[in-house]
Design a protein around this ligand. Structure first.
Ligand SMILES: Nc1ncnc2c1ncn2[C@@H]1O[C@H](COP(=O)(O)OP(=O)(O)OP(=O)(O)O)[C@@H](O)[C@H]1O
Ligand SMILES: [Mg+2]
Length: 420
């Protein structure tokens, strides 16, 4: 704006000066004065002309419509990947919404070095601005949350020069790679421990315990427990991978959640009895019409009820409930009156091999995969898992299921309490 005024007001100012000089000198110098005005006008015109001829090195964002027609600007604005346009002086001309979420607000017109902090990225921008071909740059941002990006740079306009920066978010891929590596490391570690125990006992039985019948019986018993642990781990790993493979295929069977809950609870009666736990199922017959996969749902609720028995109060209760939730959803819950789960552990419970108390879980034959399996089954059913817990009071795991469009049978209104 200031440059525009300077360019346009300069001739007037020069003309006024010339006129003033003319008046001061008197009418005798009329021709000289006219020549002065003419010269001023010519010089001014030349300067203005020069300015329009010179390549513009920066373009105020107001003039962005010249290089970025409205439809393109709208498209880039909604584009899910972060995009930034820079002028030849590496000042920000344009950022889309995704880039604004990355840089924070108010980055337009600022030098890019005040907006982006990563040195490798800034070096790449500088070389691209010099016209050098730029290879994609990988960089990470540690705060506020660790994120990984690949940056692509390209000159998209020559006069005026405009540089485009596009970021590709690699965070999910990097986290996936790390999780896969951790998973293999964890799975082999979990298998190595019982395997080492079994190998050790085989050596002992071959050696000094060869003729000790009492020791042999004792060792064989421990070996059988360890082998059972390995078998459970392999079964859980296989079932996790099967569920993961099917996760994108929606289930098709029309089921009543009430039947599933009762069947899951009945299967765990022997375990509940040995821990002196009473399982209370509160679900009206045939209630909870959903579309689901029967075996997976039984596994889901067995994992939850088994946890409630294992980590609940000895001699306590496990409540299994079913209720209607807003929007025709069904909420199936498993609640215990055990010692509860610390708040900082809640978010990690569904991670593979995560256990609040590793020793206690192992003692109870746990592999640390139960809730990871639950999460994937819930995912396949397009449901939601809600975990609530208070230390010293107990924990509650609720699964919200979307309604089946046309429930085969309307649920009965009164809930029926059944103590198994
Ligand atoms: N109802 C609960 N009360 C208290 N802690 C729980 C409860 N349910 C789960 N946990 C904690 O969450 C951890 C993870 O549970 P998860 O079911 O995934 O594994 P696990 O029970 O140890 O082994 P698995 O289920 O594979 O036999 C458990 O080790 C336990 O520490
Ligand atoms: Mg479990």
């Amino acid at each position: 704006m200031i440059a525009w005024l300077r360019a346009r007001l300069w001739p007037f100012a020069a003309g006024m000066l010339a006129a003033a000089a003319l008046l001061a000198i008197g009418t005798g110098a009329l021709w000289a004065g006219l020549a002065l005005v003419l010269a001023t006008a010519i010089i001014t015109r030349f300067v203005v002309f020069q300015e329009t001829m010179l390549p513009q090195t920066s373009m105020p964002p107001d003039d962005l419509s010249v290089i970025l027609p409205l439809p393109v600007r709208l498209l880039l604005g909604e584009f899910p990947a972060p995009v930034m346009l820079l002028d030849a002086r590496q000042r920000v001309l344009f950022v889309n919404d995704a880039m604004r979420a990355f840089t924070g607000p108010g980055s337009e017109r600022k030098p890019v070095s005040a907006v982006l902090r990563n040195p490798e990225l800034l070096d790449a921008i500088a070389s691209a601005a010099r016209g050098e071909a730029a290879a994609p740059v990988s960089f990470s941002q540690p705060v506020p949350m660790e994120r990984h990006y690949q940056a692509y740079l390209a000159r998209v306009n020559d006069a005026p020069p405009v540089l485009a920066l596009l970021l590709h978010d690699l965070t999910a891929i990097r986290i996936g790679e790390r999780m896969r590596a951790d998973f293999v490391a964890n799975a082999s570690h979990e298998l190595r421990t019982p395997l080492a125990a079994v190998t050790g006992f085989i050596d002992t039985l071959r050696g000094h315990a060869r003729d000790d019948e009492k020791a042999r019986e004792e060792f064989l018993e421990i070996m059988s427990v360890q082998v059972g642990r390995m078998r459970r781990l392999i079964d859980d790993l296989l079932s996790l991978s099967r569920i993961e493979q099917n996760e994108h295929v929606p289930p098709v069977d029309r089921l009543a959640l009430a039947d599933i809950l009762k069947e899951a609870a009945s299967g765990l009666m022997p375990l509940a009895r040995s821990a002196a736990v009473a399982i209370v199922v509160e679900a009206a017959p045939d209630a909870g019409a959903i579309i689901g996969a029967r075996d997976e749902l039984i596994q889901l609720f067995q994992n939850l009820i088994q946890n409630a028995i294992k980590y609940g109060k000895e001699g306590g209760h496990v409540w299994v409930g079913l209720a209607e939730a807003p929007g025709g959803q069904w909420a199936a819950s498993v609640r215990d009156d055990g010692e509860g789960i610390p708040a900082d552990a809640l978010a990690r419970l569904t991670e593979r091999f995560y256990r609040v108390d590793v020793k206690r879980s192992r003692e109870r034959g746990g592999t640390g995969l139960g809730l990871a399996i639950v999460k994937h089954i819930v995912g396949r059913h397009r449901g939601k898992l809600r975990i609530e817990s208070r230390l010293g009071e107990g924990s509650s795991f609720t699964v919200l299921f979307p309604p089946a469009e046309n429930p085969a049978k309307e649920p009965e209104s009164a809930a029926v309490t059944q103590v198994l």
